[in-house]
Write a protein of this length. Structure first.
Length: 484
């Protein structure tokens, strides 16, 4: 009797599934033919993440079966820098992909390039089962506070943030550390630097890696936070605090407007003595970095870890799979330590991390879809892509954290969870914190300073010029009423 009941239930579910499929296919009959080009970064990178790429293909194929009039084309993976160049070039001639993973969205956020999603987020998502969060109102798919992490300065949302990039931490070679008599117990920042110096002095190109690709934007923003943490709360604007809950009301990564106003009010200045001390700390740290750090891609940094040239590397949750693949030795993870008061009177001695705040990466629809009159079709595919059964499975396989309510978290991420107990940085990556132009200029001046081409005072003057110009540009673009 029991077996009969189970058989009946399974049969009923099969019939329901076939009916839903039939409804979608019937609806697609006679509709216009549509092609949607898709860029999803490392979520389709068959060479390094075959399991994740296979899920992406499966999602795409399943959707096309439901919608025979739509052709989905998955674009090849590109490293971050190459993607920026390619994407900006394509969008400038209105030939970009219609569906894109907007990596560091602010970096590629040009006015008129992305479709505002706010009204669509209020719609139902038919691909989420009835009774589950996100079915009646698509935005309920992820917690409310995550949306504020991707709200643009103009007040609109242009991406669906399905995961957190962060959990960035130090991976280290346990075997080599033991062989060299080193530990990862660093009571002070000086102890941490001394470990880095010993690694660098070991010769043969060995050193530590503190980058993200060649930009070292993660560690830069963490160290900068350490020197301005005492005044961080003073830079928060009430109107943004009202939009968030819990700890984010009193401590969070500054929005572009909050940072701009802090610069305008002289609460944050590159001419501040704290900034000079931050620069000196970065210079000392860069002396421990692996040879060629300024031009390393992320994939090259993984390879060097496997070759035991990088013995201590600052990577993210998303790095777990490639690190596992290249490593034939025992390795572990440890948090970047606090910048401590023996370095400077300005620091608080707290640990700050990349990746504990609201996500800043997600999926969006470009206005190329508007040009072609296919926004509705792209939105429908984004609804399909963004469910726990689809994107949720990709994040599990990746593995990285997923914001989707009800999505499973890969147990391999357990060693990284303590990272999220610490405070997030108050400054976003310099590549994005005040727009792409300021980010590019910030990188160039940082390179010149770390490379010894300019001194501290010259660097401070140049950085302040970048800050002032960026505030003027952004205030003009967004018409902030406090800017006179």
């Amino acid at each position: 009797m029991k077996r009969k009941k189970i058989t009946c239930v399974l049969a009923s579910l099969l019939v329901m599934s076939l009916c839903v499929t039939a409804v979608f296919i019937q609806a697609a009959a006679g509709q216009k033919k549509v092609t949607i080009r898709i860029q999803v970064d490392e979520f389709y990178h068959p060479e390094t993440r075959p399991e994740v790429a296979a899920i992406a293909k499966e999602i795409v194929n399943d959707y096309m079966k439901l919608h025979p009039n739509i052709t989905l084309v998955l674009g090849d993976y590109m490293p971050i820098g190459e993607f920026y160049t390619w994407f900006t070039t394509k969008m400038s001639v209105r030939d970009g992909p219609e569906f894109a993973y907007s990596l560091r969205q602010e970096r590629v956020m040009q006015k008129g390039w992305w479709v505002a999603l706010d009204k669509y987020l209020e719609e139902e998502n038919p691909y989420i089962p009835q009774g589950y969060l996100g079915h009646d109102r698509w935005a309920d798919l992820i917690p409310d506070w995550t949306w504020e992490g991707v709200r643009h300065p103009d007040g609109y949302i242009y991406e669906v943030p399905l995961g957190a990039v962060g959990g960035c931490t130090l991976y280290y070679n346990k075997d080599k550390f033991k062989e060299m008599g080193l530990t990862v117990d660093w009571p002070t920042w000086t102890d941490f630097l001394n470990t880095g110096r010993k690694l660098k002095n070991a010769g043969n190109g060995v050193g530590i890696y503190m980058g993200s690709g060649s930009s070292y934007r993660w560690i830069e923003s963490v160290v900068l936070t350490a020197f301005f943490a005492k005044t961080g709360k003073d830079m928060l604007m009430p109107k943004y605090s009202e939009q968030v809950s819990g700890k984010w009301k009193t401590w969070r990564t500054l929005s572009a407007e909050e940072l701009s106003k802090a610069i305008y009010d002289k609460k944050f200045s590159a001419l501040d003595p704290r900034f000079a001390e931050y620069l000196k700390a970065m210079k000392d740290l860069s002396g421990t970095w692996v040879e060629g750090y300024a031009t390393l891609s992320r994939d090259e940094a993984y390879s060097l870890f496997g070759m035991e040239k990088i013995l201590l590397g600052y990577y993210g949750l998303f790095s777990l799979a490639p690190i596992k693949e290249v490593s034939e030795f025992d390795w572990g993870v440890v948090q970047v330590p606090a910048v401590t008061p023996e370095i400077s009177e300005y620091v608080t001695g707290e640990v700050f991390i990349t990746g504990a705040g609201a996500p800043n990466d997600g999926y969006g629809i470009t206005t190329v879809a508007e040009d072609k009159g296919i926004v509705e079709e792209c939105i429908d595919f984004l609804k399909f892509w963004s469910t726990a059964d689809h994107a949720g499975r990709q994040y599990y396989a990746f593995p990285t954290l997923c914001s989707i309510q009800g999505a499973k978290i890969n147990p391999d991420l357990a060693p990284f969870m303590p990272v999220f107990e610490y405070k997030t940085k108050i400054f976003g990556d310099y590549t994005a914190r005040l727009g792409p132009k300021a980010g590019d200029e910030w990188f160039r001046v940082t390179q010149d300073y770390l490379g010894g081409q300019i001194d501290v005072k010259t660097a401070q003057t140049k950085f302040q010029g970048i800050l002032d110009d960026a505030v003027k540009l952004l205030a003009g673009q967004f018409k902030w009423d406090w800017y006179k």
